[in-house]
Design a protein around this ligand. Sequence first.
Ligand SMILES: *Cc1c(COP(=O)(O)O)cnc(C)c1O
Length: 362
Amino acid sequence: MTQLTPQPGIMDIALYQSGKSHVAGVEKVIKLSANENPFGPSPKAIAAATAAAPGLHRYPSTDHASLRAAIGEVHGLDPDRLICGVGSDEVLQFIVHAYAGPGDEVLYTEHGFSMYPILARMAGATPVVVAEAARRVDVDALLAAVNDRTRVVFLTNPGNPTSTMLEEAEVMRLAAGLPDHVLLVVDGAYAEFNEGFDGGAAVVDAHPNAIMTRTFSKIYGLGGLRVGWGYASRAIIDVLNRVRQPFNLSTLALATAEAAVRDQDYVVFCREQNAKWRAYLVEELAAVGIPCDPSHTNFILARFADQDEAEACDAHLQSQGLIVRKVAGYGIPNGLRITIGDEDSTRAIAAAIRAFKEGPAT
Ligand SMILES: *Cc1c(COP(=O)(O)O)cnc(C)c1O
């Protein structure tokens, strides 16, 4: 009998849990559990995907030059300092793969994205969780946790599932306080929901040991396409390209993402709709005594009295076909993360939560 033994750390990986999309016995659901864009992709992106289909017998570009040029133009960034991946998850994977290994530590924060510890273990490194302060990243705690073994620090800004955001001066203070052997990753998956926010590009420009990651999965409504990108110094991008497979992005992915990033009118439309219905939902929840931190994302984190109440509300919502995200696994047992949908779904969830809080009419 053979004894196949996986590399150290592999069997410690807890499989990623994605947002639910079905409820047993309920035919029509409203899915507000995965921070997806309720309006779908830009019509121009859909047209580009259709137009690319007949060319699928050809291998795609290996350097993503056309997509990088488009991202560079739209964001005012040097295309030579960009790298594209299969979702920003793959860019994050390049980072850990290239810079951390057995014996090294990868820092992330208490309520940080659950992919970070998975990626650290995939590389054989040790994930280390650092406390937040009232659902906000605590720069001093992060700096205090750094030691000689630290290689990578993950910061989600704005945060998921907290929806809170560190101001630029705090991110700069973090970057400036890290020793030279540590790479700061600023994950800007929700950057576009904040008008005028650069996602962390200025931090990267000011600090050679920083990288910003971005995604087409959230405001662009292309989670199913799997495209993300990173912005860093040429030296870091050169390292990451060495662990990137040459054909990681398909022809379809490249063409669709390029059309999407060039359609900034659609981004503005989605950001405005999100802000409008987010404000409505926050106000409706406040009216029934459910607080949320000010959100900088396309979701809110509703805080219930305790875990029991959050779970009871979740069960009530499911019975109505409304799917939200429990976040006990992110260290917030009394929370429910609710993606901002379109008008109909936002009104529906607000009404269902109000009914839950007010109980059956007598
Ligand atoms: C959704 C999300 C991403 C994006 O992942 P993709 O691989 O680009 O789909 C990255 N980081 C955080 C914190 C997210 O919530």
